[in-house]
Design a protein around this ligand. Sequence first.
Ligand code: SF4
Length: 257
Amino acid sequence: MGKQIKSRITRKTLIYKTGVEYGDYTMNHVLGCSHGCMYPCYAFLQKKRFGEVKTYEEWCEPALVDNTLELLEAEIPKYAGKIKMLHLCFTTDPFMYDYPEIQSMSVEAVRKANAAGIKCSVLTKGILPFELSLLSHDNYYGITLVSLSEEFRQQYEPGAAPINDRLAALRALHDAGCKTWVSIEPYPTPNIIKQNLSDILSAVSFVDRIIFGRMNYNKTITAYKERKAFFNQCAEDVIDFCNKNRISFHIKEGTIS
Ligand code: SF4
């Protein structure tokens, strides 16, 4: 059954150019995100700063852009040929956990982009639906995974999908012949959680691409004196692992110092 969307908005435009490494263009067809990450979520801080949402509670109540498919129909012909990879999403989550309407809108958006020859990359802390395997196999389907601990997930990603379900959905798409990737970012220091990065890497050893990045500095991270050496070592481990397993990788700027 899933959760119902309580609020809807319309926008004038949807697709825009961006500098993220996952795609040269992006679209955000939801305002807010029920995953409510406590890292904190930069999309939330940004939307709060610009007055688009007032509180964390409001951020966690997603507002769907009702005219998403109409906007895509109008914009896709303008961008076809220009976009190398359309990324869903930069400031929200396209497969928000337990929100079937958002999930089906996202599948439809990918379908429309693919029909115009545009490849998509997708990143979620929800569950990637298996029907994505029926769309273009040039797409990249990804999950964010910074820990295998459900306790950590409940504390830092309270509304997101359980880790094992997230992983199983990614694995199923890989097994169906899709390209998959994982974003291990923002990776926490041992004073936040003691864990072995190698366990996370082993859990995603089937993916085609890994992105690794440190948690941005806040009071807790800076209290961890060995942070620079720690992140340097983590980055080295990711690079070694990817080279050994023939996985392409990207280490986010500022992770290695
Ligand atoms: S999943 Fe992404 S957009 Fe949603 S709250 Fe977490 S960091 Fe923010």
